[in-house]
Design a protein around this ligand. Structure first.
Ligand SMILES: *Cc1c(COP(=O)(O)O)cnc(C)c1O
Length: 235
């Protein structure tokens, strides 16, 4: 039996520890509990333990869960690939979209958000593919740079940072250089003139490497397994 409440507390303590080791305030780091494949009851349990930010990687599954947890004050994050034809649904339901990786998607999200006239403008992060992993999602650095510039002129979206899914390794020390590179990419963009507030977030780090990510400047970590337990393979 997994105790989600105990896991939330344990992960929070580790987030705080990593932040302090890096000379940062724990409050600078937002923990997103990735509830993909788990049901609304699991979300409710984490929520009862004080968790407020939750992440989903599929629009449809996310929309269902958002519907069945509507009585809870939750900030929902879309962390998985978003197809342009689902941009409107995503813009209407998620507070933060981490996976913007093309100008086309950016423009569609902005147009949808303009039409929806929400009270809170959706926040977006640009997902960067630093490793040139063509099979994966994320914008290569030159496209990411173009997306950042374009997002600064968006009418209804708020750009707040960058997101990274680094090449997989079970050894966080092998992932550390990718975290460093995302931070440096952000610093380059700021040096080139992007307002720091538009790039204040670095969304990087998962269950097995979030402490290293925080040491390297993560302000948002996306943690599933360490909170909800091991996922069953999707059918
Ligand atoms: C599933 C997922 C996570 C969380 O992974 P865990 O290893 O379970 O913590 C983080 N980010 C993205 C984009 C994911 O799809």
């Amino acid at each position: 039996m997994v105790s989600i409440a105990a896991n939330v507390a344990a992960v929070r303590a580790r987030v705080s520890g990593a932040a302090r080791r890096a000379g940062r305030e724990p409050s600078e780091v937002t923990l997103v509990a990735v509830s993909k494949t788990f049901d609304a009851a699991a979300v409710r349990e984490a929520w009862a333990a004080g968790q407020r930010d939750f992440g989903e990687n599929k629009v449809q599954e996310g929309l269902q869960k958002i519907g069945s947890t509507a009585d809870m004050d939750i900030r929902w994050h879309l962390i998985g690939h978003l197809q342009t034809n689902k941009a409107r649904k995503a813009a209407g339901a998620f507070a933060v979209i981490h996976s913007v990786d093309s100008l086309d998607l950016l423009n569609r999200l902005d147009a949808a958000a303009v039409e929806l006239r929400q009270r809170e403008r959706p926040e977006i992060l640009i997902q960067v593919d630093l490793a040139g992993e063509a099979a994966k999602h994320g914008a290569p650095p030159d496209v990411a740079r173009a997306c950042v510039l374009q997002a600064l002129t968006a009418r209804a979206l708020r750009l707040t940072g960058l997101m990274l899914m680094p090449p997989w390794s079970d050894d966080p020390e092998r992932t550390r250089p990718w975290f460093v590179r995302l931070r440096e990419f952000r610093d380059d963009l700021v040096r080139e003139g992007t307002p720091p507030a538009a790039l204040r977030h670095l969304s990087m780090g998962m269950s097995h490497d979030f402490e290293v990510a925080i040491e390297e400047g993560a302000t948002i970590v996306r943690v599933g397994t360490a909170i909800f337990g091991k996922r069953q393979a999707r059918p």
